[in-house]
Design a protein around this ligand. Structure first.
Ligand code: PLP
Length: 459
């Protein structure tokens, strides 16, 4: 029998979203003249149409209809100090007045790199690029050049950007039997990529060991996020990262940590908290102070492959690599994100995670909240989450609850991602956290008829 309350709730969520976001709807229709389906960035598109934001200040965003939101997305974690932070603005403006990029190296780049290497001792030498995608692409190329091997291993459900060699098994396998099968994630990526990109499930050292053993002498690198980010905000099990380090050493492969998201979780990234030293690290997001950025680096012996003083060095160019504005804004951003700021933000993240978790319990819903510090994941499942496959299975069994939660939070003035990822920024206060938790709890209460219809096993 149809659940009338669920239907009414769902319709009301959509109706109220349409009503409050007329200006965004208009712009979305207009955008269809320029972009396929009105979209130019897959992550920002969602059904029925995305919001168009007009401005941001601190932890608040204002959309083109004048609605104000608490920002719990922070551009998918790139904005550590929220929007238009005063010192960052000043540094960027002052640099813009002197010029943005000159086709020459920047001294600001030296300062920025020195700061990063001080925070992350494994980054003995590094290079800048313009996105996290480029950072992982070049980290992998570096590993291949250094080892003379072609194959790499990534984890099922791991996201490392959009270049061909990581567009493999990004959507984790629904079927447990398929977790170790490399699957193309996107049409247009050549099938030959699969010969050189192998996959193992996250948090499974035995599976990683067998892929390494089966391909002995052929693996250039293992690339892994220390906590699955886009794949579901799943932390590494105790000893997993250390175990990867031992396996990489045993088989002569390099270990690459993609800390594009996880760097924000500690002054020196998760390699510091987990006390595991990778050979190479990929960075992006917060290190650019709100501007496009990427960086990769590691042991000098490895990064030497780029040394232009060597006749067979690798060329790595990029029109905007290490540009002055990004470096200036990034440096002040990092300086402001000092150990005290990191600790405070992580504590607020814990408060929010516990709050969200308590809100599920208070509503009698058996869902879960995962993550570390300022990065939070919400999962509509009561089954244990260890890897990306667990996330995908939970999501599939809960219909469109994730979408409804996302839209109703928007209706209630909380901006987050449709995939259930919540990110904090330093201008947020404890009051902001508590108010977000209250909103979350209210929203769950409203959604209960939908939970009863779509995922009764969670009640
Ligand atoms: C872990 C990780 N690696 C790489 C990337 C790619 O970064 P970008 O979007 O800057 O290309 C992302 C982006 O979300 C990411 O989360």
């Amino acid at each position: 029998m149809k659940n009338i309350d669920a239907e009414k709730t769902e319709r009301s969520i959509l109706d109220r979203y349409h009503q409050k976001a007329q200006g965004s709807l208009q712009r979305h229709q207009q955008a269809k003249n320029n972009f396929p389906g009105g979209d130019t960035r897959s992550a920002t598109y969602f059904n029925p149409f995305p919001l168009y934001m007009e401005k941001g200040k601190g932890s608040r965003l204002t959309d083109c209809d004048g609605n104000v939101y608490l920002d719990l997305l922070n551009n998918y974690s790139s904005l550590i100090h929220g929007h238009a932070q005063g010192d960052v603005l000043l540094q960027a403006q002052q640099q813009l007045e002197r010029g943005s990029v000159f086709g020459a190296p920047s001294e600001e780049g030296i300062w920025h790199a020195s700061h990063l290497s001080q925070r992350i001792p494994s980054l003995e030498w590094l290079r800048y690029c313009n996105s996290g995608t480029e950072a992982t692409m070049f980290a992998l190329r570096t590993a291949r050049a250094f080892t003379g091997r072609d194959k790499i291993i990534k984890v099922d459900g791991g996201y490392h950007g959009t270049h061909d060699f990581v567009e493999v098994s990004v959507h984790a396998a629904f079927e447990k039997a398929e977790v170790s099968a490399s699957r193309l994630n996107s049409r247009g990526v050549p099938a030959c990529v699969l010969q050189n990109v192998l996959v193992a499930p996250f948090n499974d050292l035995a599976a990683m060991a067998s892929v390494l053993a089966e391909n002995e002498g052929q693996i250039a690198a293992i690339i892994v996020e220390p906590m699955l980010g886009a794949g579901g905000v799943v932390p590494a099990a105790e000893n997993y990262l250390g175990g990867l380090r031992e396996l990489a050493d045993k088989y002569g492969a390099l270990l690459i940590f993609d800390e594009v998201i996880t760097f924000r979780l500690s002054s020196g990234g998760m390699q510091e908290t987990e006390n595991v030293k990778p050979d190479l690290t990929a960075l992006g997001k917060i290190i650019g102070g709100g501007f496009a950025v990427g960086a990769f680096g590691g042991r000098r012996e490895i990064m030497e492959v780029f040394n232009p003083e060597n006749p067979d060095s690798i060329s790595h160019s990029g029109t905007f690599n290490g540009n002055h504005v990004t470096m200036a804004a990034g440096l002040v951003t990092l300086e402001l994100y000092d150990p005290a700021a990191v600790t405070r933000l992580n504590k607020m993240g814990e408060r929010m995670r516990n709050g969200f978790s308590g809100a599920f319990t208070a509503n009698g819903i058996k869902a879960q909240v995962t993550g570390i510090g300022s990065v939070i994941g919400v999962h509509w499942t009561d089954e244990k989450i260890v890897n990306g496959g667990d996330v995908v299975r939970g999501a599939k069994k809960s219909g469109n609850l994730s979408q409804l939660l996302h839209l109703e939070l928007l209706n209630q003035g909380v901006f987050s991602s449709s995939r259930g990822m919540y990110i904090l920024s330093t201008p947020m206060t404890e009051e902001d956290v508590d108010s977000a938790v209250d909103t979350f709890e209210r929203t769950l209460k409203l959604l209960k008829p939908c939970v009863a219809e779509k995922a009764p096993h969670l009640l």
